[in-house]
Design a protein around this ligand. Structure first.
Ligand code: SAH
Ligand code: SF4
Length: 342
């Protein structure tokens, strides 16, 4: 059992089974989630025998530990964590004047096989538990606390496809949201998906105000299927229909991510097609100059600007993702370049 993945009421069920006063459940939850403590021993208002019991039952307070971290010249910091089974995952902190954004992983590897993605190329190992997802946030929160800072935004854009690990991801959102925990407003959380249609439809019916980002990256089925195998299962028309349902049910704007690959999806005709595809939709486009992991090339600054102009001409809000942490990216999977600009 993973204590970090439990809500206060679930911790209370365990306490009850151990004949321990249930009010300790709220205390334990807030030590873990609000105060982001490293160890059970740091829970100063708990009796010593309860602390020993927690240690005996759950081992450590967190299901991960830091293996290594690297800081970029621009302040972006990448963390490599090892889980209890020694699988490793990455998280990236993007510090800015007005916010601290953390990019977190949801799976060890990814089964979606996108050709341009380092994680996709590495294959799939397993889903993360809700506790393992939240633990990345709490580890970094604990570190930031020492600098009198705190995480303000979370993007589910690290390793893995969040909607392929739907239950654990939703649970982690609710844990991060919890008023007795970090209490991060769902509006500060963004889930990015390669386009799993049934899960996008399910997400629309959940009562959470998270932001949804959809990785589009191409404007025709032929081109999208070439780089994103998931498109063969859920082609563009089905994906956009699910996105429309999502916006109409939630009233929330979707952010479409479009990685620009030179000579593949970056010319003016692609931009026009994208403009026509998204016209009239409540959306935003995030252009990401590709971070090459294979033979891909980044377009020139001029053609990126021209691409953006076409979208602006169609009154589609567009931003170009800033390069962050480029000097540490050689050692990373894919995370370090990822930053939602909103
Ligand atoms: N699996 C989810 C979230 C993780 S990937 C998804 O695919 O949306 C987060 C974002 O990084 C996605 O938009 C993904 O397409 C993009 N990405 C992956 N590899 C990249 C690369 N080499 N260069 C630029 N963006 C990349
Ligand atoms: Fe998986 Fe996203 Fe990478 Fe595609 S881009 S392989 S969905 S992590």
């Amino acid at each position: 059992m993973d204590l970090l993945g439990l809500f206060p009421d679930e911790i209370k069920v365990w306490l009850k089974s151990q004949n321990i006063a249930v009010f300790r459940g709220d205390q334990i939850f807030s030590w873990l989630h609000k105060h982001a403590v490293e160890e059970f021993g740091d829970m100063t208002n708990l009796p010593a025998d309860l602390i020993s019991k927690l240690q005996e039952t759950f081992g450590s307070a967190r299901p991960l530990h830091l293996v290594t971290s690297r800081v970029s010249m621009d302040g972006t910091e990448k963390f490599l964590f090892s889980l209890r089974d020694e699988a490793t995952i990455e998280a990236v902190l993007i510090p800015e004047d007005d916010r601290q954004t953390l990019c977190i992983s949801t799976q060890v590897g990814c089964a979606m096989g996108c050709s341009f993605c380092a994680t996709g190329r590495s294959g799939y190992v397993r889903n993360l538990s809700a506790g393992e997802i939240v633990a990345q946030v709490l580890w970094v929160e604990n570190r930031l606390k020492k600098q009198r800072l705190g995480i303000s935004n979370i993007v589910y854009m690290g390793m893995g496809e969040p909607l392929a690990n739907y239950d654990a991801v939703l649970r982690s959102v609710r844990l991060l949201n919890h008023p007795k925990g970090l209490n991060l407003g769902a509006r500060r959380l963004t889930i990015s998906t390669c386009g799993l249609v049934p899960q996008i439809k399910a997400l629309a019916t959940e009562n959470v105000q998270i932001n949804l980002a959809v990785s589009l990256h191409a404007v025709t089925d032929a081109e999208r299927s070439e780089i994103m195998p998931v498109n063969k299962r859920y082609p563009l028309s089905e994906l956009l229909e699910a996105c429309d349902d999502y916006t109409s049910q939630t009233g929330r704007r979707i952010s479409y991510e479009y990685a620009l690959i030179r000579g593949f999806n970056d010319n003016v005709e692609h931009a026009q097609k994208l403009r026509d595809l998204l016209r009239g939709r409540l959306c935003h486009v995030n252009l990401i100059p590709i971070n090459p992991v294979g033979a891909e090339k980044r377009p020139s600054a001029k053609s990126i600007a021209e691409f953006a102009q076409v979208l602006e001409g169609g009154r589609i809000p567009v931003s170009v993702r800033k390069e962050r942490g480029t000097d540490i990216e050689a050692a990373c999977g894919q995370l370090r370049q990822i930053h939602l600009q909103e």
